[in-house]
Design a protein around this ligand. Structure first.
Ligand code: IMP
Ligand code: MG
Length: 174
């Protein structure tokens, strides 16, 4: 089956929006340090671009979770594959994600991380598919709300491919 990628958000649109979010975070956290927690692998491209646009002091940490189940649907059962290196105690944490879909992964993760006593915790996602929400999740910074389509690029994969696309696209099959 041949695959084509239809562009949903261009590289320029994504870059402009990330710059805006970086500016907003810099204003919101003026005089403080932010601790960005990246959810691998999808959040990594967004995290790097976002971190470059934040002007207050930034520290970074990474974690990797896997949701059991098929590739295109999350089951809600989440396993920590790689935990953070550093404690979150008293830090001003922003969790950086690629996409909030059903909300299952994030609601589990935010609950887990909040038990580690951060000074504050917010959620920043590049993409949000509100139509797909099953579990309520409060998103503090959203790049784009998108329709219910399976997207790739900017960290998002289809069967581990397309993460490196510098734009957001939809996989189409002939
Ligand atoms: P959840 O359904 O909100 O728990 O989403 C969990 C994960 O599913 C996301 O972090 C992504 O890794 C993946 N995911 C959800 N929607 C898409 C998509 O459109 N493209 C690629 N991955 C997706
Ligand atoms: Mg993800």
């Amino acid at each position: 089956m041949a695959e084509r990628i239809r562009v949903m958000l261009t590289e320029e649109e994504v870059d402009i929006r990330i710059k805006e979010i970086g500016e907003q975070i810099s204003r919101d956290y003026a005089g403080r340090q932010v601790h960005l927690v990246c959810v691998l692998k999808g959040g990594s491209f967004f995290l790097c671009e976002l971190a470059k646009r934040i002007t207050v002091p930034v520290s970074l940490d990474f974690m990797s979770v896997s949701s059991y189940g098929s590739n295109t649907k999350s089951s809600g059962v989440v396993k920590i594959v790689k935990d953070l290196d550093e404690p979150l105690k008293d830090k001003d944490v922003i969790v950086v994600e690629d996409i909030v879909d059903s909300g299952r992964t994030l609601s589990y993760l935010l609950e887990l991380l909040s038990q580690r006593g951060p000074g504050s915790m917010k959620l920043c996602t590049l993409l949000d598919k509100p139509e797909r929400r099953v579990v309520d999740v409060k998103v503090d910074y959203t790049g784009f709300e998108i329709p219910d389509e399976f997207v790739v690029g900017y960290g998002l994969d289809y069967d581990q491919r397309y993460r490196n696309l510098p734009y957001i696209g939809v996989v189409e099959f002939d």
